[in-house]
Ligand binder design. Structure first.
Ligand code: BG6
Length: 255
């Protein structure tokens, strides 16, 4: 009998799934670093994966970033209202307006014909102030909604790239380098083994919320993000990862 051999990408998806311990891995062809088209393909594939995970009524928590912005933009328009609420995963994280989680939550909700909730919390609070704020009843209620979301969809960034994009001070950047930070996701910075080395002072989703029955989807492409994706996969369980060949090869090449 003629055995059907897997094509290169399908094989990569299987190898990555096994290596990273993620049940569903989608690898689109090309490298986001080389072409905008690939960034779009990652966003489109991520929108598709999100739809397959979406079972209304449900709450979806999203991060900001360009990968999630693309997902929201390319989500097909739902024609009938859906009982879906989209919320930002955490308060402000120092991004441009179009990349803010609040912005993406509202856009995604519009595509899904669902509802959204905004969450406005200043991003440069002291830890003590952030904790006090979290006790305000309206904020506490919003934090509860976020933390009990059924689905979390998030971007994954290279640690130092994200530190610069968020304007972290020199001292913090030096601390990140010293502790070997390679990845960033929703305001947490991780080393290659997935240990937390730093976190932004904001409120909302916590790392421990990612366990249990939440579905977690990571979206990140581009060769330079390979190490970050791998680090994050050590830090917590993801149910699905949508990436590209550039990142996939970078991870698998490491042996
Ligand atoms: C941020 C998310 O907004 O975007 C992070 O909070 C993520 O989880 C980052 O690391 C990635 O951004 P981009 O633009 O590379 O998709």
């Amino acid at each position: 009998p003629i055995m059907k051999t897997l094509d290169g990408r399908a094989e990569m998806e299987l190898s990555l799934a096994e290596r990273l311990g993620i049940a569903r891995v989608v690898v689109v062809s090309g490298d986001s670093e080389q072409s905008e088209d690939v960034t779009r393909d990652v966003g489109q594939a991520a929108a598709h994966v999100l739809r397959t995970f979406l079972h209304p009524p449900c709450t979806v928590a999203v991060t900001g970033g360009s990968s999630l912005a693309m997902l929201a933009e390319l989500m097909p328009q739902a024609t009938t209202p859906q009982d879906v609420e989209v919320v930002p995963a955490r308060g402000g994280l120092g991004e441009r307006h179009e990349l803010l989680a609040n912005t993406i939550a509202s856009q995604l909700a519009a595509r899904l014909s669902g509802r959204y909730r905004m969450f406005h919390v200043p991003e440069s609070l002291s830890r003590a102030t952030a904790e006090r704020l979290a006790q305000e009843p309206t904020i506490a209620e919003m934090i509860d909604r976020i933390r009990s979301a059924n689905l979390v969809v998030h971007g994954i960034g290279d640690a130092l790239t994200m530190a610069t994009r968020r304007g972290l001070d020199e001292e913090t950047v030096a601390h990140l380098a010293l502790r070997g930070a390679v990845a960033e996701a929703f305001g947490y910075f991780f080393d290659a083994e997935g240990h937390i080395v730093h976190m932004m002072n904001t409120v909302g989703l916590k790392l421990e919320d990612l366990s249990g029955d939440k579905m977690v989807i990571g979206v990140a492409g581009g060769r330079a993000k390979g190490p970050a994706i791998e680090a994050v996969a050590h830090a917590y369980r993801m149910d699905a990862l949508v990436t590209d060949e550039g990142a996939a090869r970078a991870i698998l090449k490491k042996g």
